[in-house]
Design a protein around this ligand. Structure first.
Ligand code: NAP
Length: 309
């Protein structure tokens, strides 16, 4: 167990966590940012970002790298690790990681984001990484000149379908309704793209193949008819699940598992703040995550100041 005490530990290195780190660094708090995989979070897995002001169009890994460089300028320590438990002690939080480290923090910002939801159909787990993907940016180029399917009708499904048309022969978007949820501008681009087709009112019943994915069984919800759809890959974009399992019984969560916290990022526990996609909010975007990061860091600074740190 480490006896070091950080003023602030930030859990998560996406746009919310990295912004909190920049602000905490500038406020000269002794700060550690813990990241699970690579900095950037969901932003890292995004092909093209065209609504983050100041950059026109930028790729997700590129913007992630720029933010990380800025974190490094402010002397914030970055470690890789996954927190599995937070224990509340008098005036201190003990964070236990998967590799059995214990970290001590006077304040904590939770910016652990969310993970893609699973479809939960036969074949999904079996073919993960062998045709089933949740990241077009990571895997799209493996499907050059082939036919692929995308499941979902939100911004992610449509945006990533547009990205996939750079490589693939055809994208079939399978959506459970006859109307998309995605923003109008993305819809118009997808409808105008000759490489994109739609299967409306449809649900994937199974993903099949041998070594890799070969076809999907798709059911039309109106007729009940199940038809095979040949596809070398399937990209699943059916929404996100907040990464709050490790917080059960600690901070208050809403019915969907998001941390109950307002624009002030305050949670049900003083000293723990929630920033970005992980908290209850109306709009989950990089700009709103970044805003949360700044608010949370300033709130943490105030919390520490009031306690004489
Ligand atoms: P989302 O907006 O929650 O959309 C999920 C889509 O998947 C919906 O169309 C939903 O259908 C469908 N779906 C959900 N469960 C399903 C199931 N079990 N089987 C089949 N289909 C299912 O998720 P998202 O697209 O990942 O976006 C998440 C958040 O990030 C949103 O707030 C979004 O605006 C934001 N985002 C923004 C941008 C951007 O601004 N450029 C890009 C990406 C994401 P229904 O429509 O029928 O519910």
């Amino acid at each position: 167990m480490s006896t070091d005490i950080f003023d602030l530990v930030i859990i998560g290195g996406g746009p919310a966590g990295m912004t909190a780190a920049i602000y905490a660094g500038r406020a000269q708090l002794r700060t550690l940012m813990l990241e699970g995989m690579s900095t950037g979070g969901q932003m890292f897995n995004t092909a093209t970002i065209e609504n983050y002001p100041g950059f026109g169009r930028i790729d997700g890994p590129g913007l992630s790298q720029k933010m990380e460089s800025q974190v490094n300028e402010w002397g914030v320590e970055i470690q890789y690790g996954q927190v599995i438990e937070i224990k509340q002690q008098p005036a201190l939080f003990e964070l236990v990681t998967l590799d059995k480290q214990t970290l001590n923090a006077r304040a904590v910002i939770i910016a652990a984001g969310s993970t893609p939801k699973k479809l939960k159909v036969p074949g999904e787990a079996e073919f993960a990484g062998r045709g089933v993907s949740y990241c077009a940016t990571c895997d799209g180029a493996f499907f050059r000149e082939q036919d692929v399917a995308v499941v979902g009708g939100g911004d992610s499904a449509i945006e990533e379908s547009l990205y996939l048309t750079r490589f693939v022969n055809r994208v079939t978007i399978i959506h459970r309704r006859d109307e998309l949820r995605a923003t109008k501008h993305l819809q118009e681009r997808a409808f105008a793209d000759p490489r994109i087709e739609f299967l409306w009112d449809s649900e994937v019943e199974a993903i099949e193949g041998e070594q890799t994915v070969k076809q999907l069984q798709v059911k039309n919800k109106k007729t009940g008819i199940v038809t095979p759809l040949p596809a070398a890959g399937v990209f699943i974009y059916v929404g996100m699940q907040p990464n709050t399992e490790f917080l059960q019984g600690l901070v208050k969560l809403d019915a969907w598992g998001y941390i109950e916290a307002g624009e002030d990022t305050l949670t049900s526990i003083p000293g723990i703040f929630a920033a970005g996609d992980i908290r209850t909010k109306g709009l989950r975007q990089i700009v709103t995550a970044v805003a949360d990061g700044a608010v949370a860091a300033m709130a943490a600074e105030r919390y520490l100041g009031e306690r004489g740190f």
